[in-house]
Design a protein around this ligand. Sequence first.
Ligand SMILES: [Zn+2]
Length: 146
Amino acid sequence: MKIDLTEVLQSIGNEADIDESLPVDFAADGLKLTGPVKVALHLTNTGGSILLAGKVTTEVELECSRCLKPFTTKLEAEIAEEFSHSVQTSQARKELELKEDDFVYPIDQDNTIDLTELVRQELLLSLPFKPLCLNQCPGINKEGEK
Ligand SMILES: [Zn+2]
């Protein structure tokens, strides 16, 4: 999903809020979304770049790592990223890759940014390493003894 930054870019200090559901589908990444992907973001024009901060939330179906049953859970990821026009050239990109912890996303020529890729990455990173349907999930063996 693309966001138009034209107004925010007009002068330093301009701010805007984004509060929307994204029409996305991350099935190709193995994410089974069971609810809308909602983003609540605050944009600030700092002069050299646009700061984007807030969070993305959704609901997904996961498989319990103990009993292997599917269950749904909420995912929430914090977002704090920087977007800039100055990363348009490949030379600038190369320089940016050298300092990875300071990654800046590009703003397109038409003053838009694409949130889909950012949201995709943040959601994948927020997936639990060992998902559990319950904190005290008895696991697959006890389930079968019932
Ligand atoms: Zn379980």
